[in-house]
Design a protein around this ligand. Structure first.
Ligand SMILES: *Cc1c(COP(=O)(O)O)cnc(C)c1O
Length: 438
């Protein structure tokens, strides 16, 4: 144990911060055991899907050119469909990111004159341009697809009355974002998503319910597709890629919805039949296989971060004790300096590019400067230890990932050390908090 402590000291963590981390951990043992039990279930779920679909060595090879008869690609899609309990799935390196997967699902399933409804408030920043909330070339709005939004009530509950009023003869698709994204509203549990879908289908049974599942995969033992979602959509450089997928997105759902997406991704008439997987399939399979345990490590990291910062008086969402439905942790610092110091600490903890200092920049798709800490093996991967914060009030950072729990722990301690070193958190506060918890 002393050897471990000496390693932390050698890597720039002070004795006080290290000891504070350990007393926080002493109180998290039971929660971590529940996370491990979840991961065990999900590991078996993925393994069973691979075995039931007879994944073979030949599946790992991949194709070139048109990619006709790509056994590995087609089998992987069947594995995803099995895990999400859906009729079909589209899992492709040609889907460039999560935003692309969501845009694809929307644009392929909506037609001019249709209306899109978000009953859970403002969607993720990049979706504003996809929808046309912020006017942009190629948006849904340009194609004559209208948009309605019903915000959550101040206490985070669904505004059922206004949702009912907003569903009309044009409403074709409802988009439900599971994760909080760059907001401080609560993340939705799969059970709550299920209640919302039942309510909506009770009013209009044929409406398509799509869930933006980013950061939610494998956090629970069920997925939104188990509670009525017609499509679940996400990014492979988040949870389901397990840190190994170097690119990609997925759409799992009803056959008709997935087919529509495939015809849009490739071409009418071609659909899922083309799209060479090149040499990428091993990382997709292996990443999906590791995803349950990688997600569990990231989840432990976010709970650890919540407790570390909450006990020092910072506002954290979710809080230190509430149940978790995604891997994101928001910490509100209230100042740009706090956001920047936190991100610098995360960057300094990275296995790649730890020698560089992140700076706020104008990122495409976002309306304020954003600082991102990401010393990742896969550029921009946020299942790896990463943090980002828009430089705008309330000056919150969104922390996520860690391919291993041990790395997440180190990163969080490093972020706190950075705040201490910059004089933003007095060391006396850390000593006092440690004493209080002992
Ligand atoms: C990350 C994310 C997206 C967009 O994914 P990108 O891969 O960054 O394009 C969409 N919705 C939510 C909730 C996300 O977390």
């Amino acid at each position: 144990m002393n050897d471990t402590k000496n390693m932390y000291l050698a890597m720039g963590i002070s004795k006080e911060v290290y000891e504070y981390g350990n007393v926080i951990l002493d109180n998290l043992k039971e929660r971590f055991a529940v996370i491990d039990a979840n991961a065990e279930y999900n590991q078996l779920k993925v393994l069973k899907a691979m075995q039931d679909n007879q994944v073979s060595e030949a599946c790992l090879l991949g194709t070139t050119g048109y990619g006709y008869n790509d056994l590995g690609r087609d089998t992987l899609e069947a594995v995803y469909a099995k895990v999400f309990h859906t009729e079909d799935a589209l899992v492709r390196p040609q889907i460039t990111c999560g935003t692309h997967a969501l845009a694809l699902a929307l644009m392929s399933n909506l037609r001019p004159g249709d209306e899109l409804l978000s009953p859970v408030g403002k969607p993720y920043d990049t979706l504003e341009e996809v929808i046309g909330i912020r006017p942009t070339k190629g948006s849904l709005s340009e194609y004559g697809i209208s948009y309605k939004q019903v915000d959550l009530l101040p206490d985070g509950a669904f505004d059922y009355e206004n949702i009912r009023k907003s569903i009309n003869e044009k409403t074709k698709l409802v988009t439900i974002q599971r994760s909080k994204g760059y907001q401080t509203r609560p993340t939705l549990s799969v059970a709550r998503i299920g209640e919302l879908i039942s309510f909506i289908k009770g009013i209009k049974p044929d409406v398509i319910c799509m869930v933006d599942n980013c950061y939610g995969e494998f956090v629970e033992t069920i997925e939104p597709s188990d509670v009525g979602a017609d499509m679940v959509v996400g990014s492979l450089i988040k949870n389901p890629g397990g840190g190994l997928a170097p690119i990609g997105g997925y759409i799992a759902g009803k056959k008709e919805c997935v087919d529509n997406a495939a015809y849009r991704l490739t071409s009418p008439g071609l659909g899922k039949e083309v799209g060479a997987s090149l040499g990428i399939l091993t990382s997709f399979y292996q990443g999906f296989f590791l995803a349950p345990t990688v997600t569990a490590g990231a989840l432990k990291g976010s709970i650890f971060a919540a407790n570390i910062y909450e006990k020092l008086g910072f506002a954290v969402v979710p809080n230190g004790v509430e149940s978790r439905h995604d891997i994101i942790q928001a910490v509100t610092f209230g100042t740009p300096e706090g956001v920047i110091a936190f991100c610098e600490g995360i960057q300094a903890a990275a296995p790649v590019d730890s020698q560089f200092t992140p700076e706020p920049w104008d990122m495409p798709g976002y309306d304020a400067k954003v600082i991102m800490a990401a010393g990742a093996f896969v550029s921009g991967s946020s299942i790896e230890l990463s943090a980002d914060g828009p430089i705008k009030p309330p000056y919150a950072v969104y922390f996520q990932g860690g391919l291993t729990w041990q790395h997440a722990k180190f990163g969080i301690l490093k972020s706190l050390q950075s705040l201490v070193d910059k004089g933003l958190v007095p060391i006396s506060d850390i000593i006092a908090a440690t004493e209080l918890l002992r």
